[in-house]
Design a protein around this ligand. Structure first.
Ligand code: GFB
Length: 313
């Protein structure tokens, strides 16, 4: 099959690039932002018309950490709605019947009826105000995929990862997610010998972190090994810890004394808890081996230090 990967030069796109040798009977095309502006309908329809694909891994999105979301909820909604609508229309017009579409655990209700949350609870009640724009744009993507699946018998599978991290992430100190932005900021403090190690918020919120290379393996399995033959959403998550525990492990990996860590509680904590379950995933892949946080953080920090010329900052 000829497989289009949108967001091909991002965190997960590059992780897929590193494992496609395992799937050499298929051709992967990695779409970069400069190849086609996905918010532009005409560009997208022309690109699909001119290139013809059998299936799609749709990863491209306007994403960012808590503070970027809080500052740009309008952009988060409008850009992602346009991207997803254009991609789905192009898939339909070019008879692409199978694909992976990426949501996120942050779209879930912030006050759910129960924890952990499962695949049936996406629309149960409002998401956290901090990322409403992004959350509702992704909830609409789940709705659109379900409508196409019901009417045209497509297999558009929505995958729901938790907080992803790894090599090729966005290490922007203000707009990045917690792991890349703390890693970058603390690295600068370390090499400048200033040693002002401030993390944001209280450190009490709970999060589940998934190593992007693990998520890439899950995506390729779901799309290509015909074990999961349904077209319903599926959560991809690992164990839950507090931001404090994650930061402590990161400092250990960066060889920074944990006693030097301070918290800037003027900064928001965002959603305190958004626990989801991987019960469904493990039903289909009971032997799936997740990378431990310590190993994932070690590989991410080594990659950051050895690839300064290409790191997104
Ligand atoms: O990863 P993060 O930005 O996203 O923040 P969310 C996670 C937690 O880390 C929050 C704390 O409780 C922050 O207060 N934190 C501590 C920091 N220090 C830092 C820091 O230096 N930078 C950042 N960014 N956080 C996002 C959603 O929520 O989850 C997105 O807004 C996306 O839409 C993503 O879906 C997966 O987990 O709070």
């Amino acid at each position: 099959m000829k497989i289009l990967v949108t967001g091909g030069n991002g965190l997960v796109g590059n992780s897929i690039k590193n494992i496609i040798n395992n799937y050499d009977s298929h051709e992967f095309v990695f779409l970069k932002r400069d190849d086609c502006e996905l918010t532009n309908r005409e560009n997208v329809l022309k690109y699909f018309e001119n290139n013809k694909f059998d299936c799609i891994i749709h990863l491209a999105a306007h994403v960012g950490g808590l503070f970027m979301n809080m500052n740009s909820n309008i952009d988060m909604f409008s850009k992602n709605i346009k991207i997803n609508e254009n991609i789905l229309e192009a898939c339909h017009k070019n008879n692409i019947k199978k694909g992976i579409f990426c949501l996120s655990s942050c779209i879930y209700p912030c006050n759910p009826s129960k924890f952990p949350m499962d695949e049936t609870m996406i629309h149960e009640s409002p998401p956290h105000y901090s990322n409403e724009g992004y959350a509702y744009s992704k909830r609409m993507l789940e709705l659109q995929c379900r409508q196409y699946n019901n009417k045209y018998n497509t297999q558009y599978i929505c995958v729901i990862p938790v907080n992803l991290y790894g090599p090729y992430d966005n290490f922007n100190i203000e707009n990045g997610h917690v792991i890349p932005s703390i890693l970058h900021r603390f690295h600068m403090e370390k090499i400048s010998k200033n040693e002002n190690y401030f993390a944001y918020g209280t450190g009490n919120p709970y999060r589940q972190f998934l190593y992007a290379p693990d998520f890439a393996r899950i995506i390729c399995n779901l799309l290509l090994d015909n074990i999961y033959t349904k077209n319903e959403p599926i959560i991809c998550c690992n164990d839950e810890i507090t931001i404090k525990e994650m930061t402590s492990t990161l400092l250990e990996v960066m060889r920074i004394d944990n006693n030097l860590l301070k918290w800037n509680t003027n900064k928001s904590d965002g959603c305190l808890k958004k626990t989801v379950t991987n019960e469904k995933l493990l039903k289909y892949y009971p032997d799936f081996e997740f990378t431990s946080l310590k190993n994932g953080l070690t590989e991410t920090y080594n990659w950051f230090c050895n690839n300064q010329s290409i790191v997104r900052k």
